[in-house]
Design a protein around this ligand. Structure first.
Ligand code: ACO
Length: 433
């Protein structure tokens, strides 16, 4: 239970009736007012569309300070993890709460490697999809159907079953994603290879074909590993909250993760990386930036500067800084420093950051402003960008789902509403309407 920090008085100015509320102190960040007793004790609900001021849960996984541009996974700054860690180690950290010893890391890595194949029957699901079905539709469906394959380990109140699920989904999500990509291309599915690490194997399953040898390009694997670390978790964002809400009903964890994938798909969330590249191509050249920003600022136009703005960051998204730097390095290593889309993005960022519209609204580049440029450089097609995000975020979703289910005080998530519809009225027979 978090510590209580202060007492607040809520007074109904019409009746003069007062009520006392307490706040909780987090380990870091602003105090959180405990409004849970409000309905029971005072007959009131709170109204907060979009969760602008509402903490939906207590959590120990990830911390963000949006004003200072700070992001911590289990207390470790994202900059240190990006520079020194690996995605597999970060996944372990998120799920188990601590950095692993060398032995624990080797065991975890080996378990993930050995769980990476999927049931052959699952592979046949893909044939039911049109070749041009969006891969997010395919992976959310296949992940949901995994519950039908693992009846032996679906007891969500059994800690070992939860652990098996965690390893299985982290191991299999690249395989499931690669199968969706191969289905789009009409190419044969490539089985995972246990002599490759997580990202090397992912690239192999995406880009190898059975008739030729495939050698993993280390620059690609390193860039991918960095992107997975940066996307691995982001506290109670829309998709993670969806996983928690779905999971709070006691549904199986594959169904909860599938719900998270669906929530991630939207352009206001994980779909933004795909939309950024579409936007950059639409703008085309630096000369068109002013005209495009004119449309963004015109409220009638409904155009957004994709990859800009964030609900929590009102300063630089620290992940965007790391990815911009990585773009320079990856493109230079690949001998493509003159990438026109990257040059356009850099100039667009520079112009937007001086523009009163973006300055006054504290709109900065977010994680997805530059991620698509790296994905493109390493050969990942645009339709798969959000899928890459889902592969990374699976680690965070699992950590949050585990945290919620292992909390003995867990309750089903059930928001209330401010009802503004009709009051009770009598049914009117059809001939009288
Ligand atoms: N381009 C233009 N204007 C914007 C943008 C943008 N990208 N983002 C916010 N604004 C404007 C809004 O129109 C609003 O203006 P107003 O005060 O004149 O009405 C103001 O800035 C505040 O924005 P809200 O939409 O209220 O902010 P909110 O926190 O609800 O939305 C969001 C955050 C959804 C990320 C929004 O900034 C957005 O749509 N950005 C573009 C999509 C994107 O990049 N999403 C990825 C987010 S990060 C992630 O999920 C990985």
């Amino acid at each position: 239970m978090p510590t209580k920090s202060a007492k607040y008085q809520l007074t109904n100015l019409s009746t003069g009736k007062s009520s006392e509320l307490e706040s909780f102190s987090p380990t870091v960040g602003p105090d959180v007012l405990n409004i849970a007793p409000l309905n029971k004790d005072h007959g009131l609900f709170t109204f907060d569309p979009g969760f602008m001021s509402t903490a939906s849960t207590e959590s120990k996984v990830t911390y963000i300070d949006g004003d200072k541009g700070v992001l911590l996974y289990r207390g470790y700054p994202i900059e240190q993890l990006a520079a020194k860690s690996s995605f597999i180690e970060v996944a372990y950290l998120l799920i188990y709460g601590e950095l692993p010893t060398a032995q624990r890391l080797a065991e975890f890595q080996s378990s993930i490697t050995r769980h990476s194949m999927i049931n052959e029957s699952l592979l046949r699901f893909y044939n039911g999809f049109q070749y041009d079905a969006h891969p997010m539709a395919q992976i959310s469906a296949v992940v949901a159907s995994m519950a039908a394959f693992y009846h032996d380990s679906l007891d969500i109140y059994n800690a070992r079953h939860r652990e098996i699920f965690a390893h299985r989904i982290i191991a299999k999500i690249p395989t499931i994603s690669a199968a969706a990509y191969k289905h789009m291309l009409g190419q044969p599915f490539m089985y995972p290879k246990n002599d490759l690490d997580y990202c090397g194997n992912l690239l192999q399953m995406f880009f190898a074909v059975p008739c030729e040898p495939y050698v993993v390009e280390p620059v690609y694997a390193q860039a991918l590993d960095l992107l997975l670390i940066l996307h691995a978790d982001h506290e109670q964002n829309a998709s993670t909250s969806t996983v928690r809400l779905a999971g709070s009903t006691g549904t199986n964890p594959y169904a909860a993760i599938s719900a998270g994938i669906a929530a991630l798909w939207g352009p206001a969330h994980g779909g933004a990386n795909e939309a950024v590249l579409e936007m950059l191509e639409e703008i085309g050249t630096v000369d068109n930036i002013d005209k495009f920003l004119g449309r963004v600022k015109d409220k009638q136009d409904n155009t957004k500067l994709m990859g800009f703005g964030h609900r929590v960051y009102k300063n630089f998204d620290p992940r965007a800084k790391i990815i911009r730097e990585a773009c320079h390095k990856v493109l230079a290593k690949l001998g493509r420093s003159d990438n026109p889309l990257f040059e356009l993005a850099l100039r667009l960022e520079e112009i937007a950051l001086k523009d009163e519209y973006f300055v006054s609204r504290k709109l900065y580049p977010n994680v997805d402003f530059y991620s698509g440029i790296i994905y493109s450089a390493i050969g990942i097609p645009r339709a798969m960008f959000t899928v890459m995000f889902a592969i990374a975020r699976t680690a965070g979703w699992v950590a949050h789902w585990q945290e919620m289910i292992s909390d003995p005080g867990m309750k089903i998530g059930r928001p209330r509403q401010l009802y503004t519809g009709q009051t009770s009225r009598d049914y009117v027979p059809i001939e009288q309407r």
